[in-house]
Design a protein around this ligand. Structure first.
Ligand SMILES: N[C@H](CCC[C@H](N)C(=O)O)C(=O)O
Length: 304
């Protein structure tokens, strides 16, 4: 009797006072021109993410709120891998703003000391270069744009879909489809607005032409070195900015002969500089801003 009492007391004390408190999930929130992401460092957190958790975390009313989550760095054979998740929990092949945000995070935690380095996403290698001491201005080499319908995941015969007509929501649009590692549908237009890109994007994102779904941009050519875009991202919806969407918009306009190779992309959230070479390799430069560190309550995912 007395022994049982001692054992149960020790177990109670161990459970409530001595066991190291399970670390709650910790996130860092950043944005690049209003395209905001949570960083989930898999080496500092024990709990695994899944689609349901990502959706709850990115919800702007019931969660932290973000356009997506970047998880990593997973280290393997001297390389660092990251996963880019959209707010709907889907994993993207690539992310321009998302990866630059992650690069800045790695610099702040001194995981990276060099001026330039590579990260690996589902879509392959991307090269990053810090352009200032704080690591808030970052150049990213995104790799080669492709207009190949098969790389984009566009149904129908293998082709380049340049100024090809598609029907979204009962309206016909002349589209140029391009892959930046992730798929994009670009529409050149004179009338540009949030309302217009949302009216198109809610149909184009899930159109049968694109079994893997698609990111949609409408583009107004201001002059040979400036374009204005509005964005409807796959797995997110309307966003204020997007690195891959900016590169896709510039790449499509350049392929159509509408602009020069160096172009400033004006997004609602700010400006992203892009450069396309003769082989359609694209690089971009943009800023990153830290917002906060967040520790989740341990019962956040518990149903109320
Ligand atoms: N929504 C995109 C991924 C994020 C793109 C954008 N936010 C960026 O960081 O470049 C997709 O599903 O392909």
């Amino acid at each position: 009797m007395f022994d049982t009492l001692i054992v149960s007391s020790i177990l109670y004390l161990e459970k409530n006072f001595f066991r190291k408190k399970e670390q709650n999930m910790e996130f860092y929130k950043y944005h690049s021109l209003g395209n905001d992401y949570l960083i989930y460092d898999c080496n500092k957190n024990q709990e695994a993410l899944d689609k349901e958790k990502i959706v709850k975390l990115c919800n702007r009313n019931y969660g932290i709120g973000a356009d997506g989550i970047v998880e990593g760095p997973y280290k393997k054979e001297g390389k660092m891998y990251v996963k880019v998740y959209n707010a709907d929990g889907s994993e993207a092949e690539q992310g321009g703003n998302a990866i630059r945000i992650f690069a800045h995070y790695l610099k702040t935690i001194k995981e990276v000391q060099s001026e330039s380095f590579s990260l690996y996403t589902k879509g392959g290698e991307v090269k990053l270069r810090f352009l200032n001491r704080e690591g808030t201005r970052i150049q990213m080499t995104m790799g080669q744009l492709s207009f190949d319908s098969e790389k984009i995941g566009l149904t129908g015969p293998k082709r380049e879909a340049l100024h090809e007509y598609f029907n979204f929501g009962g309206e016909e649009y002349a589209c140029t489809c391009v892959s930046v590692g992730n798929p994009h549908c670009v529409i050149i237009t004179d009338e540009i607005s949030r309302a217009k890109v949302c009216a198109i994007g809610k149909y184009s994102e899930v159109a049968d032409y694109f079994p893997e779904r698609i990111n949609t941009q409408i583009v107004k050519v201001l002059d040979k070195n400036n374009i204005q875009i509005e964005i409807y991202e796959r797995g997110v919806g309307y966003t204020l900015s997007s690195g891959t969407c900016s590169c896709a918009a510039a790449g499509a306009a350049y392929r159509l002969g509408l602009i020069d190779s160096d172009v400033m992309v004006h997004t609602p959230g700010g400006k992203l500089w892009t450069q396309i070479d003769e082989n359609f390799n694209v690089k971009m430069i943009g800023s990153v801003k830290g917002i906060c560190r967040i520790e989740l309550f341990e019962d956040f995912f518990r149903q109320i």
